[in-house]
Design a protein around this ligand. Structure first.
Ligand SMILES: [Zn+2]
Length: 125
């Protein structure tokens, strides 16, 4: 046994990796709840869940899970359900998502995918 004076004080050390993993789990379940509420047309409750999920992510330096990255409005945090709370249009090499709550527009390019597919088709012929 070590002498009393040399023993390190009881300090709870933070385990960042573990914190982040738990944060991710919590975020995922909150986003699932948000989706359920959005499906039942409870937009405000869904928004609240999105808000909580993002707050957890910011506190523990964890990213929004890829599956939910595009599922909420970056401006008003509404959960975006196509045809319910979002309008989705495709064209000119991009996907345009409009939030029906606040009118914010998000655009996602898919030019790269298009050219890749075209190149693959050309190679086959
Ligand atoms: Zn919005």
């Amino acid at each position: 046994m070590r002498p009393e004076g040399l023993r390190r004080p009881m300090v709870k050390r933070r385990h960042r990796g573990m914190e982040r993993r738990i944060a991710l789990e919590r975020m995922t379940s909150l986003f699932r709840l948000a989706e359920e509420e959005a499906l039942q047309r409870h937009a405000d409750r869904a928004r609240r869940y999105v808000e909580l999920a993002r707050r957890i992510g910011m506190r523990y330096n964890a990213r929004v899970p890829a599956a939910f990255k595009r599922s909420f409005c970056k401006k008003c945090l509404a959960f975006l359900l196509p045809s319910v709370s979002a309008r989705v249009r495709v064209g000119r090499g991009r996907v345009v998502v409009t939030c029906t709550a606040c009118g914010a527009v998000q655009r996602y390019p898919y030019r790269r995918e298009q050219t890749a597919r075209r190149a693959a088709r050309a190679r086959r012929q």
